[in-house]
Design a protein around this ligand. Structure first.
Ligand code: ATP
Length: 249
């Protein structure tokens, strides 16, 4: 397993915002972490990485920081780039956990990551001068350059144009197919259905469903967790999802 969570719980005051979550991720899996705003997705990932205090266990949180960074790359939701670095220099920061190995493998990993995110022509540009969506792609490239088997990404496709969203999902799918694994929070259930091998559905801190999206998505789940009615259909071109209306609550 690349990540095992056992009874993971995060309290804010007396209130659990992650509530007794047990689950695991194996090689080859691309897991979409879905759930409404405030469900606990970000908190779950930060606790899994050992970045915040928690109860229960996460296999990653037990590692020392450098070993953890070699095991898992973390793409936080905040994507502002403040450093005056070129795109290539910023992506090369992903190599830091590899210490001395950097010298032999570093340049190759950076070049591959730039190519996979379509950033070769940007490599010498100042990262701060790119658009928000371009900066997001640079930070994904930095995570890829880290060459960690597991990637945890917090809403990595928010704010990307439709082509960049699909490209990013395909990059993550390819990472999983190559034997890695990805846990990625997202709000687009259509893209989750199309690209993720499995989804974890969170609601008020609890993991309420775990499985292929087509199997777990039901009218009842959409109503109870997401408070919507939606159209979900398997087509020849894959699953199609369209939210239609909110429920009265
Ligand atoms: N530092 C904090 N102090 C107190 N409460 C917090 C803190 N961070 C998060 N919370 C609360 O924990 C709950 C879960 O937040 P979290 O950011 O994990 O949700 P999320 O599922 O990622 O939401 P979104 O889809 O809006 O990004 C929310 O109710 C939030 O208000």
């Amino acid at each position: 397993m690349m990540l095992t969570l056992k009874n993971l719980t995060v309290l804010r005051g007396q209130c659990p915002v992650v509530d007794d979550v047990s689950a695991s991720i194996g090689p080859g899996e691309f897991i979409g972490l879905i759930g409404p705003n405030g469900a606990g997705k970000t908190t779950l990932m930060r606790a899994a990485l050992g970045l915040i205090a928690h109860r229960g266990e996460s296999s990653l949180a037990q590692l020392d920081p450098m070993a953890r960074a070699r095991a898992a790359a973390w793409l936080p939701q905040a994507r502002e780039i403040a450093w005056g670095l070129s795109v290539a220099e910023l992506v090369a920061l992903g190599r830091l956990p590899h210490g001395r190995d950097q010298a032999t493998r570093g340049a190759g990993a950076v070049n591959e990551a730039l190519a996979r995110m379509g950033l070769e022509t940007y490599r010498d540009r100042a990262a701060t001068q790119l658009s928000g969506g371009e900066q997001a792609r640079v930070l994904i490239a930095r995570a890829l350059a880290q060459e960690s088997p597991l990637i945890l990404a917090d809403e990595p496709i928010a704010g990307l144009d439709p082509a960049a969203q699909i490209d990013t999902m395909e990059v993550f799918s390819a990472h999983a197919r190559a034997g890695g694994a990805v846990l990625c929070s997202l709000h687009d259930l259509g893209l989750a259905a199309r690209h993720c091998s499995r989804v974890w559905v969170m609601d008020r801190g609890r993991l309420v469903a775990d499985g292929a999206l087509a199997d777990v998505l039901s009218e009842a789940l959409l109503a109870e967790v997401f408070h919507i009615r939606a159209h979900f259909k398997m087509t020849l071109e894959g699953p199609v999802f369209q939210p239609l209306s909110t429920m009265d609550h």
